[in-house]
Every structure is written in C-alpha cells, then in structure tokens.
Design a protein. Structure first.
Length: 343
C-alpha cells in the first residue's frame, strides 16, 4: 500500500527538532511517524545518534496536520470551554416543526427566556420560561391546549441546575415548582370547569410531584437538549459515543458523534455535530419508550444534526439548528427540527 512516505537523509548537525522545524511540524509528531514505519533497528530515541535516514510523511499529510493544528489553535481561542454567565442571550425565538409522511406538518413557534446566574461553586442556575405559543401561526384555541399552557405558565420560570460543563443535571428546587402549582391551582379550577379539566389538572399535579419523571420530560425534549448541551462536545477533535434522546419521554440511546467546524465568517463560528444511532433497539421500542427482550430485532435507524453558532468575541450562543430523523427501514418515519435564534 502506498502511504506516500519519503526519506530524509540526516546531515551533520541535524537534530530531530531542526528537521521537524523544516517541515513545520512538532518534533514529537515526526518521531512518532518515523517510528511507526521504520525498521526496529532504526527507531529514534532521545536524539538522532545512529540514525541516517528519517521517514517523512507525505506533503499531503503534512498539509492536513498543519490544517488541523490551525483549527485546534482557533478552537482554543474562540470556542467556549465552560459555561459562563454571558453564554446565553436573554431571549430566543423558537420554531419547532414535526414532519411525518401522510400526516399534516406541524409547526410550533414560541419565545424562550433564559436567565443564567452563578450558584457559588456549584455551577449555574438557569431560569427558563417559554411563552407566546402558536401552532401553524395560530394561537391555540382548544380547551386542552389552553389548559396545558396555563399549567406550564403557572409553574414557570423553571430553575435548573447546570454545571460549568453544561447539560441539565436537576432542578434547583423541585419543591418550589410543586408549591407554586398548589398555590395557583384554585384559580385554574375556577377558569377551567368540567370533568375533563379536573382529570387533566389531577394528572398534571401527580406528574409534577415525581421529580425524576418531570426532569426526564424536560431533559428528553429536543429544545432542552439542544439549548443546554455538554460543553466538551464543542472541543471534541475525535469521534465519540454518547447518549441522546431521539424520542421525547422515551429512553436515551447510544449514538456515534463527530464534530465539524466552520470558521469562515469574520464574526461567528459554526460548530456542526452529527450523530447516528448505534444502540441495539428497534423503532417500536423507541416509540413505546420501553425495551423488549425479544430477538431478533431490527435496529432503529436515526440521525442527529446539531448546528451551533457563536459570536467569536463574546462567545455567546446566537443560534441553534437541530434536527432528528427517524427512518423505518430506508423510508422516512418522522423528522423533528428546531431553530433557536437569539433576539
């Protein structure tokens, strides 16, 4: 196999460092490359004593390395390593769409307000509140939708704990959320009258009291996953595996991810994170939210794409574009997309 190796003949006065500098690469990289392809008797140790020839990477490999090094340097300068109090804008406009073959496409728009404050040495507290919901550009006019939105409004803002590394880890004070609803429920009962409304309010309250279930509902939504990512994802230079909720209120599945960067814009950086399901679970299990120990199963086929835009100077998150595609065999089963834009 031709790997494009060339040979450098060592001259008097050469050192590993001086040869590497001629190529524009670190001495350790040159040493590692040479030792990978040379004979055992020609391994480079602490210096070039006894070494007459050095195996050099091809010019294409050197260009590729220099490009990756430049990208790494830019990442270190411009990309956020940890969450900061100025990472989020105060307000984001959100457009969320749901597509499924032979079904009417649904588009939901709303505003999200984020207030981030430091929690001493524990990271941050993010108070989040959503409002101004519209479905296909129309304000909800059915009773259950209005009741659902009223319930959420009466427990907002929701305060989450977020470490400096990003990603929601829990509620700041779950009891406050429950107490807030208890104090305001009588007003809801007075406005929303009837058995259906009573049943909904009872179910909402019972669900609200279960801290773990409530946290999973927020954490499994595309909005909260996209808006509160793990910060180390932005710095990943290699492919990695991690868990992601493909379907809300289901279980997280293992995915294979990789990161791409776009530094061409003078003021903004784009980070694109792409993932693919690798866990052994079926589409039916994902949709039901329960794994069934029955074999054989046809593995679910799904893809994730997350595109984050940051301001180079302030490192503030200005836009998120996220999409999850689920396939049934090779055909589209559903597509869930979200666009989050700072205002």
């Amino acid at each position: 196999m031709d790997i494009g190796i060339s040979i450098y003949h060592v001259e008097k006065g050469d050192t590993l460092q001086s040869v590497a500098e001629k190529l524009g690469i670190p001495a350790e990289i040159l040493k590692r490359y040479h030792n990978t392809y040379c004979n055992l008797k020609n391994l480079i140790g602490h210096d070039l004593n006894g070494i007459h020839e050095i195996m050099l990477p091809s010019s294409d490999k050197i260009v590729e390395y220099k490009k990756s090094q430049k990208q790494k340097e830019i990442c270190q300068i411009f990309l956020p390593f940890y969450l900061t109090k100025d990472f989020y804008a105060t307000k984001y406009e959100v457009s969320e769409s749901f597509e499924q073959p032979e079904e009417e496409n649904v588009k939901i728009t709303y505003s999200v307000f984020v207030r981030l404050r430091e929690d001493f040495n524990k990271g941050f507290i993010a108070e989040v509140e959503a409002s101004d919901f519209k479905k296909n550009e129309q304000s909800p006019d059915d009773k259950i939708s209005q009741l659902s939105l009223s319930c959420m409004k009466n427990i907002s803002p929701i305060a989450f704990r977020i470490p400096a590394q990003g990603k929601i880890t829990g509620f700041y004070d779950h009891k406050v959320i429950v107490k807030r609803f208890e104090n305001r429920r009588s007003a809801l009962n007075d406005f929303f009258i009837g058995e259906v409304s009573d049943d909904y309010l009872n179910a909402f309250y019972e669900n609200l009291k279960s801290e773990n279930d409530l946290l999973e509902q927020f954490s499994s939504s595309l909005l909260y996953q996209a808006l509160f990512p793990e910060m180390n994802w932005f710095q990943s230079k290699k492919d990695w595996k991690d868990y992601y909720y493909i379907v809300p209120d289901s279980f997280p599945v293992k995915c294979h991810f990789h990161t791409e960067y776009n530094f061409e814009n003078l003021n903004y950086i784009e980070i694109i994170i792409k993932g693919k399901i690798i866990e052994d679970c079926s589409l039916q299990e994902l949709l039901k939210g329960v794994k069934i120990d029955e074999f054989p199963r046809e593995q679910a086929n799904g893809e994730i794409e997350l595109k984050y835009t940051f301001h180079k100077e302030s490192k503030q998150l200005t836009k998120v574009e996220a999409g999850i595609i689920l396939l049934d065999k090779e055909n589209l089963y559903q597509k869930h997309s979200i666009l989050i834009t700072a205002k």
